[in-house]
Design a protein around this ligand. Structure first.
Ligand code: C2E
Ligand code: MG
Ligand code: MG
Ligand code: MG
Length: 279
């Protein structure tokens, strides 16, 4: 356990900060202050509908704009924030801000758009979570169906009964639920049948293996099988990490309607979203 913690903290404190052994409490207040001081920024990555040939929504992806270290990736600080519990405050911020931002886009005439927000396991265990989701929607004046919450397989199976109860409550509110990074966890396929899931996101590792140099028949077969399974279960499928037009074309042939990836756009600041929508 100590080893795991040490590694994530080392990764986090690159460069000059390595010199100081920053205590856990300091780190915690540091991350906590980041929210208060408005250093957390949300980038938005389009999700594109191949069927309608238009952007159908955006995934909200957080970055930390650190005054000394510049932009820090969520892959570096989210695991630390989860360990410390600060993720609940960060997550609440993303939830409220993403809903507010989406309502603004709706008001500008793009009222078909959805927003996807990543939810960590710690947040799902938090007893306030349902209340926060409700409050975020009400504060923004947003219809619940436009909010998509992304959960990973690992989160869902860590505490199946509890997760299932919360997922049912979220569904009762009217929000949509996605499985993120599908295929990387250890969940049994039967869970997909039993959980109230609306959307499944095929992990980018499978997509990036499509039509690459290292591409093989197995990767193609897996992606095809997941898409077919989703069609049978009436679950929308989103392919993540689509980088080339060739991958996009193959996914279209397989009947995958939604894609997300650099082939459409990298995550951008909210100010740049208007350009993407008009393009
Ligand atoms: P994720 O939810 O699976 O998000 C997709 C990640 O893939 C994003 O990385 C995105 O920038 C990247 N990506 C998208 N298209 C492509 C592509 O075509 N090629 C490649 N190579 N990458 C692509 P990002 O923004 O660095 O986020 C990393 C992870 O951090 C997310 O993975 C998510 O698990 C977590 N995360 C981000 N924002 C939040 C948040 O607000 N809350 C929580 N709990 N986790 C978050
Ligand atoms: Mg996600
Ligand atoms: Mg993902
Ligand atoms: Mg992920």
């Amino acid at each position: 356990r100590a080893k795991k913690k040490g590694r994530s903290e080392t990764e986090f404190f690159k460069g000059e900060m390595n010199q100081f052994r920053i205590e856990r409490l300091q780190l915690e207040s540091y991350l906590r202050h980041a929210v208060v001081k408005n250093e957390m920024m949300i980038y938005y990555q389009p999700q594109y509908c191949l069927h309608d040939s238009r952007i159908s929504g955006f995934e909200a992806l957080i970055r930390w704009n650190h005054p000394l270290h510049g932009i820090i990736s969520p892959r570096e600080f989210i695991p630390v924030a989860e360990e410390m519990g600060v993720i609940c405050e960060i997550g609440k911020y993303v939830l409220f801000e993403a809903c507010r931002q989406l309502k603004d886009w709706h008001n500008k005439g793009y009222d078909h758009l959805s927003v996807s927000v990543n939810v960590s396991g710690r947040q799902l265990q938090n007893l306030n979570f349902i209340y926060e989701v409700k409050e975020a929607l009400e504060t923004a004046g947003l219809q619940p169906k436009y909010l998509h919450l992304e959960l990973t397989e690992t989160i869902m199976i860590e505490n199946v009964q509890h997760s299932l109860n919360i997922m049912k409550e979220l569904k009762a509110l009217g929000v949509k639920l996605s499985i993120d990074d599908f295929g990387t966890g250890y969940s049994a396929l039967s869970y997909i049948k039993d959980l109230p899931i609306d959307i499944l996101k095929i992990d980018q590792t499978f997509i990036q293996n499509l039509l690459n140099n290292g591409s093989n028949k197995t990767d193609i077969a897996i992606v095809k099988a997941i898409i077919t399974m989703c069609q049978v279960l009436s679950v929308d499928v989103v392919a993540e990490g689509v980088e080339t037009p060739e991958q996009m074309e193959l996914l279209k042939q397989f009947g995958c309607h939604h894609i997300q990836g650099y082939v459409i756009s990298k995550p951008v600041e909210s100010a740049a979203v208007r350009c993407l929508l008009e393009a």
